[in-house]
Design a protein around this ligand. Sequence first.
Ligand SMILES: [Zn+2]
Length: 361
Amino acid sequence: MASALCNSCGAEADALAWRCRACDGSLDLIDLPPFEATAIVESDFSLWRYAAMLPVERRFSLGEGMTPLAPARIDGLRFAAKLEYLNPSGSFKDRGTAVMLNHLAAHGAADVIDNSSGNAGASLAAYAGAAGLPATVYVPAATAVASKKRLIRAFGGRIVESHDSLADVYAAAETATYASHAWNPYFVLGQQTAAWETWQQLGQRAPDAVATPVGHGGLFLGFYRGFKALRAAGLIDTLPRLIAVQSAGVDPIVQAWRAAAPAPAKLKSAHSVADGILVDQPVRGEQILQALYDTDGFALRVDNEAILRAQRAMHAAGFMIETTSAVTAAALPQIRERIGGSAELVLAFTGSGLKALGNAH
Ligand SMILES: [Zn+2]
């Protein structure tokens, strides 16, 4: 078992804590088992093939992980697409939710809640169903996509529409277990498996660069920590350059990176067609920036028109991604300009476009 420590004051947190009870700081896990290639269970075609590196008691699974790494191109620019939208609830969130909820259930969580614009809520509802736990999702009344709310309900989740979903979920967390995709360190741990899979799929190599959409940065930090674990184990020499892509209007990381700042400032407002990354203040903003500086990475923003154009191109090419996922494809010309045409590049396609078909855009 790993321990969770506060990033600000160093206090140890209890198993169900989502942030430090002493100072409200974010938590991270220490004493994680080192990555060992010989510990991979090759016969298990889910992320649980890495169970030796995931210190949680495994109780349930929906077969999450092992998503394809598919060759793709847009306007003649090539890349490899990590198809995270093919996870059980249709988003990358399932990696984190599966690991986090197995941990929380093993420590007695009886009633789980999260605040979400859609994907995290659907993921929590799906896994709470698998765990036999009731789940409540606080969704922003103004911006939540109708079809994503239907999906949460279809998975058996209860929805509370709220004008201040953050304040409401914090209040509810006094009595229920806040299974937060933004705060819980076990969620980020589960995301590390995306890096480990990519490494295996490339023949035990790291790509030159990896780009993800960034809201709270769960997948982005998962790639960073996952590749760091591979480097610590001597299995790769250098980390891939990490690329954070945000949308114009909701770009706190891009602004901070351009200013070489250690932490992002809170935005005044946040509007974009990329409804999955409307995050005005990422919980782990300092860590995201540190990962950019540490890997010679960079942060880019793309506007709504470019996002929707890239999404149409990807749909036409057979990749049924949601708008938020299309930010990485929309950034492709900017990325290639920085890393060159021949560098090996992985773009994370994070959420399924099936969830939004039929919604007006
Ligand atoms: Zn603290």
